[in-house]
Design a protein. Structure first.
Length: 542
């Protein structure tokens, strides 16, 4: 029997038209290179989106064309997101922190027709434009007053491009399974791989990630996504904020600037924000140095890499802000699990249990089916011990990569590359990346747990633990640590720090203090580089 329900496609256009009508007067505030505080409403935004859609059509762009963006989080980038996707074109957000060769590769691979760029990245594109003959032109995201001199071909100023366009646009009917955006994973080996989102996957991800035990967004929230819009659609928040009617605050190029973030939080009344651990570290360092507070801030979502306990504690104990741990990846749109520990859990649990509970990456959100399998592909129980490869499937998880026909998901399950166990409360604990696993004497050691433990030492700014070949134990863990400015610590003191905190045989067999650690373009530790560098490390006991 067929249902009696209307068959309406799930598309991003509906988020726009809904927010325009219902939450049209809710504010969108941005920092840009040409304006320290730009402010308008969703209604203003969508009026300009319609002007931009007319301008895109005038450039000769048509449905399914791919348009590149190199931009920070701000209102012009928001306008591009909606104008491109709702016109039936595909928004390709390029991570400007990638190496030149990678930027060239992905713009070419995605077949970007035009590229919209912040002034800050004009130089990068000038270097690369001759290698990108298929890009027809470049639009600079600024006004005439701030337009740089540039050799970019067919360079146009964004504000001039849309200035005289009509404020109405007839949006096309779109198939909900058509592509809306592309994001490439940075990948530490080989070429970046493209994940293509659909209108449908984006909307379903918005619904699921906005549930109360995930981002829990409402119209009473002021949300500030500090995750870049060039990385997995800013965790979807630029769609879910207008869907929920939440005010949106975007820090532009000030993402890693603790002082600027504190100012935005206090002056704009931010209640909820989301970002990677390094961003929160920058904010904490500023608050501690300045003595300032962030009293209106209620909760922070942290994800992208494991978050050390010291960040949870500092925000809770000193600033009354709840840090919530989340896990996901480009291939999952990105949210996979979310950990919302009850507000009073700190009072009802022992400190040790509370710490364990907060550090978990969380429960799968609705729409993400998740299983843990052993080396033979057998599903493991959720018993808090059985650790194995994490596999997922669902309507906002990729089946394959762009222009690679074979499915990335064997048997319909996508292999995440993460190793974890599930506890009896259905909370996931990531212990490693498959490729970073350390196997010592036949047993697995969690490099993430050791790294978290190391950075909980007040003298340590950042740490990486890698497995290095050992004649007796196959591999032993080697700790590489960056010491905080002005702090001092000896090797012995560092290694003793692990006593009683982790199993004895997990304790790193040696430690090297380094001035910095290598990172990927998305800010994650690049352990592959470290493994290459330290592959012949001479163990004392070998
Ligand atoms: P990229 O694939 O470009 O590195 P992603 O953001 O897609 O960027 O990375 C996803 C990976 O990041 C996950 O597979 C996982 O290894 C790691 N990750 C994300 N969130 C967490 C978290 N909360 N704890 C531990 N690791 C995480």
């Amino acid at each position: 029997m067929q249902s009696t329900m209307m068959n309406m496609p799930l598309n991003i256009t509906s988020v726009m038209t809904f927010a325009d009508k219902v939450y049209g007067d809710v504010e969108v505030v941005s920092v840009t290179a040409d304006n320290p505080r730009h402010r308008y409403t969703y209604s203003d935004a969508f009026k300009r989106v319609r002007k931009l859609a007319n301008a895109l059509a005038k450039l000769g762009l048509k449905q399914s064309d791919v348009i590149g963006t190199l931009a920070w989080n701000d209102y012009r980038h928001l306008e591009l997101y909606y104008a491109i996707s709702c016109s039936g074109m595909v928004c390709h957000t390029v991570n400007p922190r990638l190496f030149d060769e990678q930027i060239e590769y992905i713009i070419d691979h995605a077949e970007d027709q035009w590229v919209f760029t912040d002034v800050a990245f004009v130089g990068t594109l000038e270097r690369l434009q001759n290698l990108l003959p298929d890009v027809k032109g470049f639009v600079i995201l600024t006004d005439e007053a701030n337009m740089p001199k540039t050799s970019l071909r067919n360079a146009v100023c964004y504000e001039t491009l849309i200035a005289d366009e009509p404020e109405t646009f007839d949006w096309p009917d779109l198939d909900e399974n058509s592509a809306s955006a592309i994001c490439y994973t940075s990948g530490t080996t080989g070429h970046p791989k493209g994940v293509v989102y659909s209108h449908r996957s984006t909307i379903l991800h918005c619904y699921a990630s906005s549930l109360p035990d995930a981002f829990g967004l409402s119209r009473y929230d002021v949300t500030m996504p500090i995750v870049p819009m060039f990385h997995v659609n800013g965790w979807g928040l630029v769609y879910s904020a207008p869907m929920a009617g939440a005010k949106l605050v975007m820090p532009g190029p000030k993402m890693g600037d603790g002082e600027a973030l504190a100012k935005l939080i206090n002056e704009e009344g931010v209640t909820a924000s989301a970002g990677v651990p390094t961003v929160w570290l920058a904010l904490l360092q500023y608050l501690e140095k300045s003595g300032e507070r962030v009293d209106g801030l209620e909760r922070l979502t942290v994800g992208g890499s494991a978050c050390p306990l010291s960040i949870f504690d500092a925000f809770r104990d000193k600033y009354d802000v709840t840090v919530q741990h989340a896990w996901g990846m480009t291939e999952m749109s990105p949210l996979g699990t979310y950990n919302r520990v009850a507000d009073d859990a700190g009072e009802t649990m022992s400190k040790a249990d509370f710490d364990t509970a907060r550090l978990r990456q969380g429960r799968p959100i609705y729409g993400v089916e998740l299983r843990i399998v052993d080396e033979d592909g057998q599903e493991l129980p959720w018993d808090g011990e059985s650790s194995g490869a994490v596999q997922v499937r669902g309507p906002f998880i990729t089946d394959h990569y762009h222009k690679r026909e074979h499915s990335a998901a064997e048997d319909g399950w996508f292999e995440t590359g993460d190793v974890a166990f599930m506890d009896k409360d259905s909370q996931m604990q990531i212990t490693d990346r498959t490729k970073d696993v350390i196997k010592s004497g036949g047993e697995w050691i969690s490099s993430i747990e050791l790294e978290n433990c190391a950075v909980d030492h007040p003298a340590i700014a950042e740490a990486a633990v890698i497995g290095v070949a050992h004649p007796k134990w196959t591999e032993r863990p080697l700790l590489l640590a960056v010491v905080n400015e002005g702090a001092e610590i000896s090797k012995e003191e560092m290694l003793h720090w692990f006593d009683g905190k982790v199993a004895k045989w997990w304790i790193p067999a040696d430690c090297v203090f380094v001035s910095e650690l290598p990172h990927t373009a998305t800010g994650k530790l690049s352990k592959k580089d470290l493994r290459d560098e330290y592959q012949n490390f001479a163990w004392n006991d070998a």
